[in-house]
Design a protein around this ligand. Structure first.
Ligand code: ADP
Ligand code: MG
Length: 313
């Protein structure tokens, strides 16, 4: 699907292709799902041309096409596993975090969600033989908690060159929820040049939660979160990458849930996440990680530690 260039679509010359790219249409799918009027405006073309381009993009991107079971099996053969540096935690997930999936970490403030993201970011840069994904990493930081100093500590603990590791981690601060969603598109642009094997969104829900307050805004919030989750899942599929996101628990009862230990975003986030992990503090540097719901693994929990070196058993 990603093999077909925009210029190969009928009606798209170099000038139109450039306008489309400037407007953020970098792949066929983004064109395939656009409406003709918007595309016509963006690319300075007639609406009938836009209709033809969209139809061709739909065909090339195979939108709405069904996939046979054996081709899904073929795609799943490319799945890789990313280690967390905790053997117990990896086993909880059936051998590490799976590519082509979203892994959600939720828990209270200080439960270790961001530390886990730092560890995964370092690990993803390692060779596959060491449990890494041999790729670069995108971090979408919404709470300004990315600390390069922690990456250095965690990389040194694994005998990795800390500067080389930092060079492979691309960090963007998201200033609000729509900026956060836009950054996923930008990430796809970077991924065309550099293989991105992990995308971290820390925190997935904080901006949404702060911006959409009150009952009247819930439907809109959930709709946007739904789109965001699907954009992330698509990034995971297209790039054979892991997506790791963090989520808060609703400290005071959310309009959705009376239960104060439920993650924000409710079923929208829950259903799009392939793995959902609840982190909570225990004694010392210990944390308990509980696998809440997975399509093919039993609910269970393990103990991990957070130290200067990062995550360990
Ligand atoms: P959150 O779930 O809110 O993202 P964090 O992942 O930031 O929480 O976890 C913060 C905790 O991680 C601290 O309370 C501390 O226990 C631990 N931590 C952070 N940095 C270090 C470090 N350099 N050495 C040991 N533990 C650390
Ligand atoms: Mg955090």
């Amino acid at each position: 699907m990603a093999e077909v260039k925009l210029e190969e679509l009928p009606g798209v010359g170099p000038a139109t292709a450039e306008k489309l790219r400037d407007a953020g249409y970098n792949d066929l799918m983004s064109i395939a799902v656009e409406n003709p009027k918007t595309l016509a405006d963006v690319a300075d073309i007639g609406e009938s041309t836009a209709v033809k381009i969209i139809a061709a993009a739909k065909q090339a991107a195979d939108v709405g096409g069904f996939e046979s079971g054996d081709s899904i099996l073929e795609r799943r053969k490319k799945l890789n596993r990313l280690t967390s540096c905790s053997k117990a935690f990896d086993e909880l997930l059936g051998g590490g975090l799976e590519t082509q999936s979203i892994c959600e970490f939720f828990g209270e403030f200080g439960s270790g969600k961001t530390q886990m993201c730092f560890q995964l970011a370092v690990n993803a840069t390692m060779p596959v033989s060491k449990g890494g994904l041999d790729g670069d990493v995108i971090v979408i930081d919404t709470e300004n908690t990315f600390r390069p100093e922690r990456i250095v500590q965690i990389a040194e603990a694994l005998d990795l060159d800390p500067i080389e590791t930092l060079q492979k981690i691309h960090v963007a601060r998201a200033f609000n929820s729509s900026h956060q969603m836009l950054l996923v598109e930008k990430a796809q642009e970077i991924a065309l040049k550099t293989p991105i094997k992990l995308m971290v969104v820390d925190s997935l829900t904080a901006h949404f939660r702060a911006e959409y307050v009150g009952r009247g805004t819930l439907a809109e919030r959930q709709g946007l979160l739904n789109k965001h989750m699907h954009d992330l899942l698509r990034f995971a599929d297209v790039n054979n990458a892991v997506i790791a996101v963090t989520n808060q628990v609703a400290a005071k009862p959310d309009a959705f849930f009376g239960d104060p230990t439920r993650p924000v975003g409710g079923h929208i986030v829950g259903h799009a996440s392939t793995y959902r992990l609840y982190l909570r503090k225990s004694k010392g540097g210990k944390r308990i990680a509980r696998l809440i719901d997975s399509p093919n693994l039993p609910e269970a929990e393990v103990v991990i530690t957070v130290s200067e070196e990062g995550i360990r058993d």
